[in-house]
Design a protein around this ligand. Structure first.
Ligand code: HAM
Length: 423
């Protein structure tokens, strides 16, 4: 089949089977977030490019190389959001949410767009489930957020996940560290890969993220940021560790975690697991106390994280984790003529209104093909209505797995009787 247009590279369709798992993961994550008081927020996919130039930073790879930017028909510079946090902060400030009682706890599920090289677990359109706590600089909010991420992973049943944390300090400690890192790297400059050479001046910290083996061995001996933390940042990082210890959250300190967005300061963290043979972040986040002011708002310290939904689902598949909830049993009501098809249609509606999954024929198929179809779509129970059943006012409901039949009245007690047998 030659279609006039195909799926765009790096974009994915979520087909019904995948879609079902997706909704389950999302609802498990949202339910967990609700226990902490997070409220849902939705922001537009299209934002002014300036929002991300300022927040993610115009030296970051995301802004420099990966954004989908264009001029709209009015000549405005706009882009598809590459991540969820900046839009959430903009919306909170623009709508005055920060003048409500703090902290503000927000959750979102947003499509994001990055023009990266598509590969397993890395797409040009992907979805983030994110949580943000705005208005608190306390380490207990970092700890609470990390706990929420930890509990979501546990609820989903994902195993072998490592929590890596780090502190990238404040702008002062970071500036000193970048100096020291540059002097160290200078000595090895001729051995760095092309990307790291490009990053040397503009985005030095990102060199720590390089996966090239040569760069990795150089980085292994580089000075570490935690040795450059000022007293305040050092103390804050120690307090966070005490919170995590007391909450019995297992973590490791990885001074290599610097994150790819410029708005971070202090605590940064990632939940990582093995995927396609390499440690992969399913969730990343950290503190971004300066973002509100960068965008022109008041001081509003904040911390948050984003889960990559595709990665979560791919890892669940890799680990053989099945659907979390049982699917609803389907009741198929077959009919034999126009009159009984009207009855089947009405009884199906009555069942749906009682939250029971039900189907009836919409193709005027023969009884034989209706039963075949019921089998194909996995009906747990079938009911057949024809002129006899219409006359007697009752039918039999058959449990397909064992053939057991129950008599069911086709009157106002229908739903009650069905519920009695399926529950
Ligand atoms: P990020 O680490 O860039 O952080 O993205 C968060 C998560 O999105 C990653 O851990 C990964 O699972 C997923 N992800 C990123 N890029 C891709 C891609 N190309 N394809 C598939 N999945 C991807 C942020 O975006 C921050 N906004 C997180 C945050 C929230 N920080 C504070 N609050």
């Amino acid at each position: 089949m030659k279609l006039v247009a195909q799926r765009i590279r790096g974009m994915q369709d979520a087909l019904p089977n995948e879609g079902k798992k997706w909704l389950e993961v999302l609802s498990a994550a949202m339910n967990e977030a609700k226990l902490y008081g997070f409220k849902y927020i939705r922001t537009p996919v299209l934002e002014q490019t300036e929002l991300f130039n300022r927040s993610a930073g115009d030296t970051s790879d995301i802004v420099n190389k990966e954004m989908y930017t264009f001029k709209d028909r009015g000549g405005r510079d706009v882009c598809l959001r590459p991540e969820g946090t900046a839009g959430v902060m903009r919306a909170a400030l623009e709508n005055g949410l920060h003048s409500k009682p703090l902290p503000l706890k927000l959750m979102y599920h947003s499509s994001c767009y990055r023009y990266e090289k598509p590969q397993q677990g890395r797409y040009r359109e992907f979805f983030q489930f994110g949580l943000e706590i705005l208005g608190s600089s306390s380490e207990s909010s970092d700890a609470q957020l990390i706990c929420a991420g930890y509990n979501i992973i546990k609820k989903l049943g994902i195993r072998d996940v490592k929590l890596s944390i780090n502190s990238i300090g404040c702008s002062e400690c970071r500036a000193k560290y970048v100096e020291a890192l540059k002097s160290y790297l200078k000595v090895h400059a001729n051995k760095l890969c092309k990307t790291c050479t490009e990053r040397f001046d503009r985005n030095t910290l990102r060199i720590l993220d390089c996966k090239e083996s040569n760069c990795k061995s150089i980085i292994n001996h580089a000075p570490i940021i935690t040795s450059f933390l000022c007293e305040k940042c050092f103390k804050s990082f120690s307090i966070l560790k005490s919170h995590l210890d007391s909450l019995e959250i297992v973590y490791e300190i990885d001074p290599g975690i610097v994150r790819g967005l410029d708005y971070y300061n202090g605590t940064v963290f990632e939940f990582l697991t093995e995927f396609s043979g390499a440690p992969t972040a399913i969730c990343g986040g950290g503190r971004y106390d300066g973002l509100s002011q960068t965008l022109g708002g008041p001081p509003l310290p904040a911390v948050g994280f984003g889960f990559g939904m595709e990665r979560v689902l791919a890892i669940m598949k890799q680990q053989g984790i099945e659907l979390l909830s049982k699917s609803e049993p389907l009741i198929y009501i077959a009919s034999m003529d126009f009159e009984s098809s009207l009855k089947a249609e009405k009884l199906c509606e009555d069942l749906r209104r009682a939250s029971v999954y039900a189907e009836s024929d919409i193709f005027s198929r023969s009884l034989k093909s209706q039963m075949k179809y019921a089998d194909k779509i996995g009906a747990a129970y079938t009911i057949v209505i024809g002129s006899e059943e219409m006359k007697s006012g009752k039918s039999l409901m058959k449990e397909m797995k064992n053939g057991i039949e129950f008599e069911i009245p086709l009157n106002s007690s229908f739903v009650k009787e069905v519920l009695k047998h399926i529950n």
